[in-house]
Design a protein around this ligand. Sequence first.
Ligand SMILES: Cc1cc2nc3c(=O)[nH]c(=O)nc-3n(C[C@H](O)[C@H](O)[C@H](O)COP(=O)(O)OP(=O)(O)OC[C@H]3O[C@@H](n4cnc5c(N)ncnc54)[C@H](O)[C@@H]3O)c2cc1C
Length: 481
Amino acid sequence: MQAKFIARLRDKLGARYVLDRPEELAAYDCDACVLIQKAPELVVLPKTTEEVAFVVQTCVEFNIPYTARGAGTGLSGGALPMQGGVQIGISRMDRIIDIDARNQTATVEMGVVNVWLNEATKADSLFYAPDPSSQVACTLGGNIAENAGGIHCIKYGVTTDHILALQVVLPDGNVTWIGSKNRRSHGPNLVGLMVGSEGTLGIITQAIVRLTPKPESVKVYLAAFDSVQAAGATVSSIIQRGLLPSALEFMDAFTVRAVNEAFHVGFPEQAEAVLLIELDGPANVVDHDEITLNAILNQHQVSQIRVGATEAERLALWKSRKATVAAYGRYLPAFYLHDCVIPRSQLVPILEKIEEVAQRYKLTIGNVFHAGDGNLHPNILFDPADAVMVNNALRGGEEIMRACLAVGGTLSGEHGIGIEKSAYMHLQFSAASLDKMKLVKNTFDPKGLSNPEKIFPMRTGCGETHAATTPALFSGEGLWI
Ligand SMILES: Cc1cc2nc3c(=O)[nH]c(=O)nc-3n(C[C@H](O)[C@H](O)[C@H](O)COP(=O)(O)OP(=O)(O)OC[C@H]3O[C@@H](n4cnc5c(N)ncnc54)[C@H](O)[C@@H]3O)c2cc1C
């Protein structure tokens, strides 16, 4: 990397915020998908939109690729700089600029951590609904770039449903606002395009987000079952009967044990499956829904019910759910997590397939997922030092992903495609669709400098790229890039 380029950035941002020592860069060489590693050549930590724009303009001038990074909790390698170049860390842009309680909106910078916004809106009895399990660490920028989901998205919608307007540094270095604080219905939806674009169409620096009034009453049910089949059938019945819970989460027997061992929360040890079901709304509606829910649970031979009615009880249940990945860490040091979405009617057959894959490849797989959305999360545990286990995790993961697609599923519900799943895009999308997506990318970013090689490999036609990328990433040998 040219000294002139680095000096230019140091002049603007200050030397402290331009990192190039190997030990500094090493901290940025992976995200939470630890299977893929790639360190940047330079890390910059801008504080303002103007500084981000300056960095992008300088990268364009020197023809150097750049990749945005929030907290690095992504699970698809999205924040990895696949072509080296500059990592633009957004974490110092951490101001909540305005909370407009009367209009139920907030204006925020993109380094704000998800949970901070909820803390800040508490006093106004408002909340920001998308709540990934990583919300104590992940940034709103990362959430918007990945169109993040969370346990409450079954009722309240995913990130895209809560974004009104975005300030973006476009790949040519110009800064613009897209969208509006007020509802609009004209012209192409550029905000919709930008949400979920994984940093490939520019860098988001601020957003105006929608806030939601806190419900009057909230109750969480823990329902234990003697079989996965009974839990799966309960999920279908809940939706069929017209109940709209604010959360509907599934945990398998292994996960229940892991959470109990780690956090001593007293989940029913004998259960083969547990559902966490949250009802919220006006108190009389919750009371009414509770009667329907109880009837459904009994119809499916629920073996145990526990109700979290106080805030403390509810928080304890959700804290355990959100920390399951930490609990898995007591078994093996790393995990490979898929997040295909399948039709809810296919939950049980796919869980059986996951179990079969686990046995055949001698893998430990924990299932904890957003059942109401059909958004699976098989956590394949592995030891990175064990090459056979790593290879089995990759092979098994790929089989699970293909099985999900075969029943009409999608590659990702909330973790994005990144680099990890880009080789599989052709399994879900036609060549014509992929070409249109690439045209959009090229229109925004004709030089291909903004987070290259993500979502769909950009350098060749789709067919060729998949053939070239798949063995490199998933052979088990070429994995540690
Ligand atoms: C334990 C655990 C639990 C998780 N649970 C959930 C869950 O329930 N739901 C869910 O959706 N996800 C979940 N995730 C995945 C992850 O937390 C989300 O994808 C999150 O949105 C990533 O945010 P981040 O700030 O860490 O982004 P990063 O990992 O830093 O980046 C993610 C992507 O966003 C891009 N990006 C980051 N900031 C910007 C910006 N300002 N402008 C443009 N592009 C940008 C990056 O280039 C990259 O492509 C979980 C992860 C872990 C480790």
